[in-house]
Design a protein. Structure first.
Length: 349
């Protein structure tokens, strides 16, 4: 693969990661706090604030397109067209024939977001400066045509997510200890890919599989523990703090460039998932995809465990970070599978 192609794909991944983080983090970090505060005073105010944070999630496709456009040195018009193109082709908006109205879901399908962003960026690169004074007319039309392609590919991209969900669902039928380990590993892997762990949690844990949902939460946390420790070692404390607060997908490009990082992530999540089984860490579909973000995972587990505080502290704040530290040193310093600069990122600059 040529350097030009690698750089282009890296821009796509970076733009996708940043767009996801910018759109999702406000709600993830503040939803639990606003819910708590709203239950004690000024409920209408905190309800409005919660709605505003939630609605920001619908901006993810636009953000992805605009950030990618800026990274490719597009003009403002070209970046705006790419943002609109990704939104229209992402699958976040769909027509409900029964209700006779357009309905929306946050983000859409991330696989389709990336596909539309790639095609849209290539088309705009090809057509830029070709229309002269009527660019403002014909470039958005070209973007609309790319969006139509995205709507055609959307069912197939959704099929990838459904296939992955069906594979992970098999884990829920296994012996509970093995189930916890494999689910934790699966969610730790997915959080640093274009797969939405939040959506996957909703799909998988509609029943009362509280222990499986708890393991999923610990899997997301395990990835955060590894990547926060790694970025801290790489002297990028800003990224380390951002990851703890929920910006785990910022590291998608790093994991794509250095797949060896998955060894550390999967080792940490396997051990943490097993520990979660013995500590009876529970969750549900609302907490499964969040990990420690906004304290959603620990709070939900505390509620379901009816007050087992020691287990919560060990599972969420001690074991994953200790195991992540040891695993990172093992694979990087002892086995020399990667260097500390594998964690380096310029995403926050």
């Amino acid at each position: 693969m040529s350097k030009k192609v690698k750089d282009f794909l890296n821009i796509i991944l970076n733009g996708t990661a940043l767009g996801i983080v910018i759109g999702l983090i406000p709600n993830a970090v503040l939803s639990t706090l606003f819910k708590y505060l709203g239950s004690h005073f000024a409920p209408d105010i905190f309800k409005t604030l919660s709605q505003a944070m939630y609605l920001l999630q619908f901006s993810v496709p636009v953000l992805v397109g605009v950030i990618i456009g800026q990274s490719l040195k597009f003009k403002p018009l070209e970046s705006a067209v790419l943002g609109a193109t990704v939104l229209a082709g992402s699958g976040s908006l769909s027509y409900n024939a029964t209700a006779k109205a357009w309905t929306g879901v946050p983000m859409g399908d991330l696989f389709n977001v990336i596909l539309v962003a790639i095609v849209g960026a290539l088309v705009i690169s090809l057509l830029r400066d070709k229309f002269g004074t009527v660019t403002i007319i014909f470039l958005p039309i070209a973007g609309g045509l790319v969006s139509a392609l995205g709507l055609v590919t959307l069912p197939y991209m959704k099929g990838l997510t459904s296939l992955l969900a069906s594979v992970i669902f098999k884990f829920t039928t296994l012996q509970p200890l093995l189930m916890c380990m494999l689910i934790a590993m699966a969610f730790s892997f997915m959080i640093v890919t274009p797969v939405s762990t939040v959506a996957m949690g909703i799909i998988l844990f509609t029943n009362e599989n509280f222990i499986g949902a708890g393991a999923a939460t610990l899997g997301v946390l395990s990835a955060a523990a590894v990547l926060s420790i790694g970025t801290f070692r790489a002297k990028n404390r800003g990224a380390s703090a951002a990851i703890i607060l929920g910006a785990i997908k910022l590291m998608m490009p790093n994991c794509a460039r250095k797949p060896q990082l998955f060894l550390t992530i999967l080792t940490t999540s396997a051990i943490t998932g097993i520990a979660g089984y013995f500590l009876n860490i529970l969750g549900n579909q609302d907490s499964a995809g969040f990990g420690i973000i906004g304290l959603i995972g620990p709070t939900k587990s505390y509620e379901l465990n009816q007050g087992s505080l020691l287990s919560i502290v060990l599972a969420f704040f001690v074991i994953p970070f200790f195991v992540a530290f040891v695993a990172d040193r093992l694979y990087s310093d002892v086995l020399k599978l990667y260097k500390v600069d594998a964690y380096s990122t310029e995403n926050l600059s």
